[in-house]
Unconditional design. Structure first.
Length: 289
């Protein structure tokens, strides 16, 4: 989750206007590797409708990420009830800093560990560092929480999903200190080509969101172009980061084809071949479902 604080489960009329029209279906199924179906940025879309709309454009699998305690519990319940979903659970770095200020970080981490043991949970995340919304006073708590999540992912053999906002060097430092898990994902990759190379050297999967379509993001397209197919993922981070030409509107998994088509163009690859590669990388990163 990139642009909003955790816990924003709002409802009511969507101030961003009507949902964008459905794009042309992809020629091969792909997964949305990072989504927040429980968070409504305006009008809440019923879960069944969201899943049906995604499936209609060949987005058949979704990694539902819960990044505070209510969201993590919801992710586990939703994944247990819907075959299209698997869950990721964690405390978002901004949430970790908030809980630490209230003296509640330790019991929250214990609850995340309990939830992470559920068989429908494939990922520990999103965890990491966020220097955009949290000031220096909250950074020690973020880093402590990040290290605890890395340890949890290793102990439970879960995929680690990392949130990195304005903190590339420190994220890589912590991963280097702790040692990368067998499977780890840089969610909504936001670095440049050099950061991408460093992550790839440590065995990361790089997951690209609608931001890769933004005109002001040539650095992301450079990173995308050098990422090997077997380390490449696509995501929405919905309801945020809607791809062009609908930037600013409410995002959802059914809009993944816009990002995938842009990725194929940047990489100069056949669309169907890229879809197959993305599908295979998702299974490698999270297992089958």
């Amino acid at each position: 989750m990139s642009d909003q604080p955790t816990g924003a489960r709002a409802g009511g009329r969507d101030p961003r206007g009507p949902r964008p029209p459905a794009p042309e279906p992809l020629p091969h199924p792909v997964a949305d590797n990072h989504c927040h179906l429980d968070i409504a940025d305006g009008e809440r879309w019923p879960l069944e409708e969201a899943l049906s709309a995604a499936a209609a454009v060949n987005v058949t699998r979704i990694v539902q990420i819960g990044c505070d305690l209510p969201g993590a519990a919801w992710a586990v319940e939703a994944a247990a009830a819907h075959d299209a979903l698997v869950a990721g659970v964690a405390l978002h770095p901004n949430e970790a800093a908030r809980l630490d200020q209230q003296g509640l970080l330790e019991p929250a981490l214990a609850e995340i560990e309990r939830l992470a043991a559920h068989p429908q949970v494939r990922a520990v995340g999103e965890t990491g560092l966020d220097y955009y919304r949290t000031g220096e006073e909250g950074r020690p708590a973020q880093e402590a929480s990040f290290r605890r999540h890395i340890d949890l992912a290793k102990r439970l053999d879960r995929t680690l999903v990392i949130h990195d906002r304005d903190a590339h060097q420190d994220v890589l430092r912590v991963v280097g200190d702790e040692g990368a898990p067998d499977r780890w994902v840089m969610h909504c990759f936001s670095g440049d080509a050099d950061v991408a190379r460093r992550c790839l050297e440590l065995g990361a999967y790089l997951s690209f969101a609608g931001t890769v379509t933004f005109k002001n993001a040539p650095h992301l397209r450079e990173a995308l172009a050098l990422t090997p197919r077997d380390r490449l993922l696509v995501e929405t981070d919905a309801p945020y980061l809607t791809p062009m030409p609908f930037r600013g509107r409410t995002n959802a998994s059914y809009l993944v084809p816009l990002t995938v088509r842009a990725m194929a163009e940047v990489r100069g690859e056949d669309l169907e071949e890229l879809c197959v590669a993305l599908d295979e990388s998702t299974t490698a990163a999270y297992g089958p479902w």
